[in-house]
Design a protein around this ligand. Structure first.
Ligand code: GDP
Length: 303
């Protein structure tokens, strides 16, 4: 239900355009494909992804000998799901949580994308699943970031490890690991700073934090989640490229899907960067975070 509500803008925009297209074109021809291409690009599916999709569609339409646009809808959704998963046999959508040891999750992303909010929501979700969660306030740079994380920690009912503003993020994460171990925590969620203005600094800081985690917890970080704002469209794609260079990103949290009609960016992220979208943010409240389900998403577009 939440999902449906949060995807309303994308769904309405996409399905009305698609239905309009179907109404105007009875026959599946070159012009139809051209307009379909436009509809998909407007929904931020991404040029490369759209090109691949259209090519696949044309082949499938030929193979099945489809002439009428009424029959093409199902093929589009099938191919969208296929494009989404690509060659990945393993569908790594769920979080890599260790059963017996401490799981360390590093959360990265540019300021304002919803990083703190997502950490709070995730902490809450994990706690409700019976996990003991600790947060480490590693964004020591942005004014108010530590306090904001504390507010979310309180909401979720989990501990927050912090130092003063301006201190070394790697030292905060080190403290977080120590605290998580001594409190027998299951999951440590690490916040980080998100200034992209200075790419070299960002990379140095992230790799230092990562080194500390690797040294203190063998096998960690178990996830490096990159938070992206869906309303920034293709900008999100370029952020993903930058962060992938700085840290081995293992998955995406795509926020503010409720605030955009361009939810197609999910498909572009997966197809062009080969990164799984693990969670989507669908609002500002603590429960507005959902595990991403590509099939539900794609079929939702046509509902
Ligand atoms: P940070 O700077 O990356 O830590 O970003 P914040 O967590 O402070 O979030 C920035 C703003 O985005 C806040 O006003 C949040 O309430 C809002 N926000 C975060 N996630 C979502 C979401 O999924 N949907 C909506 N509508 N707003 C969100």
């Amino acid at each position: 239900e939440k999902y449906k509500e949060g995807m309303k803008k994308t769904r309405n925009s996409f399905s009305s355009k698609l239905n309009d297209l179907m109404a105007r074109y009875r026959k599946v021809d070159e012009d139809f494909f051209e307009e379909l291409e436009e509809v998909l690009i407007t929904a931020d599916v991404g040029v490369m992804t759209v090109m691949d999709l259209i090519e696949e569609l044309k082949m499938e339409v030929k193979r099945q000998n489809i002439k009428d646009t009424k029959e093409v809808k199902d093929v589009i959704s099938e191919k969208l799901v296929e494009i989404y998963y690509g060659d990945d046999e393993e569908q790594v959508e769920s979080l890599n949580i260790q059963e017996k040891e401490l799981t360390v999750i590093l959360v990265v992303g540019v300021n304002g994308v919803g990083k703190t909010t997502s950490i709070g929501k995730l902490a809450n979700q994990l706690k409700q699943k019976g996990k003991r969660v600790v947060l480490a306030a590693g964004d020591t740079f942005r004014a108010g970031a530590i306090e904001q994380l504390e507010v979310w920690g309180e909401r979720a009912g989990v501990d927050v490890v912090k130092q003063s503003s301006g201190s070394d993020p790697a030292a905060v994460i080190f403290d977080g690991i120590k605290a998580a171990k001594s409190r027998n925590a299951d999951v440590l969620l690490c916040d980080t700073a998100g200034r992209l203005q200075n790419k070299v600094n960002l990379m140095n800081e992230l790799s230092k934090v990562k080194r500390v985690i690797e040294r203190e917890v063998p096998g960690a970080p178990h996830e490096v989640l990159l938070v992206l704002d869906a309303t920034t469209g293709q900008n999100a794609l370029s952020q993903a490229k930058t962060f992938s260079e700085a840290a081995d990103v293992t998955g995406i949290v795509l926020t503010k899907l409720d605030g955009t009609a361009k939810g197609g960016i999910v498909l572009a992220i997966r197809h062009e960067l080969n990164l799984p979208v693990k969670f989507v943010g669908l609002g500002e409240q603590i429960n507005d975070l959902q595990e991403f389900d590509a099939e539900a998403f794609v079929y939702g577009l046509f509902a």
